[in-house]
Ligand binder design. Structure first.
Ligand code: GLN
Length: 285
């Protein structure tokens, strides 16, 4: 089969399997197995695939046809301009989450300490460290398998950090300038309605925010004051309809300057708050 035929065949197969953006997916899988660039493809569309490449291509098309996410097949996802290793033990980093990192980078300064809860692949933690190399960051996750992936990414990006297996703050020691997190936030009953790729293959413990989706925000809002310096910040990614709920939780715990930030699609995406310190405990804004 030629490069052109491979793309056309792949598109048809994936379309039949209901894969969104079948043409793009077919191309990305062909690129993954062959190493062929776009310009090479356009210059030599009639070039034949080697037997091995063709075999591998048919294999990955089958996997994608089963709605396994593209990134779990290629093993990588770009985030903040860096290439992160991913597998089915970690959530695939989303572009939406870049807003959380950008907000973090606006605040972080050399020498500051920060904590990334539910670090998963480490995409938030490591992007912050790459953006502000003089900051000191640690990451935690309840999943040991996720931490193994974060560790591989740490090595790959040649960054210094500590990764802790911990149920939120359980095993965390220290006091931070910034606590940042993209915790699981999908209400349990909405998980069945998600795309096949997410529902069937992404780790449910990275998605499930229990009954109303706010379970982890409640715990983080309540516990983080014990781990924040006076004037320290709490930055959280949220679902589009959780801005008011999460802001309220932060205010109830004495956070001030609570602010909701919108993503590029104009949807609420990040909640930021400042912990005023001991004199502020229980104070309303
Ligand atoms: N912090 C990771 C991310 O944003 C994982 C988030 C999660 O598991 N909910 O990709």
């Amino acid at each position: 089969m030629t490069l052109l035929e491979a793309c056309q065949y792949g598109e048809k197969q994936l379309e039949a399997a209901g894969v969104p953006e079948a043409k793009l997916n077919a191309w990305l899988l062909l690129e993954h197995v062959s190493g062929c660039t776009r310009s090479h493809y356009y210059a030599y569309p009639k070039e034949m695939l080697s037997e091995e490449v063709q075999k591998n291509y048919l294999e990955v098309l089958k996997l994608r046809g089963r709605r396994i996410p593209l990134q779990y097949i290629t093993g990588v996802q770009e985030f903040m301009g860096h290439s992160f290793l991913v597998n089915d033990q970690v959530l695939i980093p989303r572009q939406d989450t870049e807003l959380l990192v950008e907000e973090g980078l606006k605040y972080l300064r050399p020498g500051m300490h920060f904590l990334d809860l539910c670090t998963g692949s480490g995409c938030i933690l490591l992007s912050l460290l790459l953006g502000c190399p003089e900051a000191i960051g640690i990451g935690s996750d309840i999943s040991l398998e996720a931490l193994k992936t974060a560790e591989q990414n740490r090595e790959r990006m040649d960054t210094k950090t500590v990764l802790v297996e911990s149920d939120l703050f359980d095993k965390i020691e220290g006091i931070f300038d910034l606590i940042i997190s993209n915790p699981p936030y999908i209400p349990s009953q909405e998980i069945l309605g998600l795309m096949d790729e997410v529902r069937n293959y992404e780790p449910v413990c990275a998605l499930d925010g229990h009954e109303d989706g706010l379970y982890f925000y409640r715990r983080i809002a309540k516990e983080s004051p014990s781990y924040l310096k006076a004037g320290g910040r709490l930055y959280l990614e949220i679902g589009y309809d959780q801005g008011a709920g999460v802001s309220q939780l932060l205010k109830e715990q004495g956070f001030c300057d609570v602010e909701v930030k919108k993503d590029l699609a104009g949807l609420d995406r990040v909640v930021k708050g400042t912990y005023p310190g001991y004199c502020g405990i229980g104070m309303e804004e």
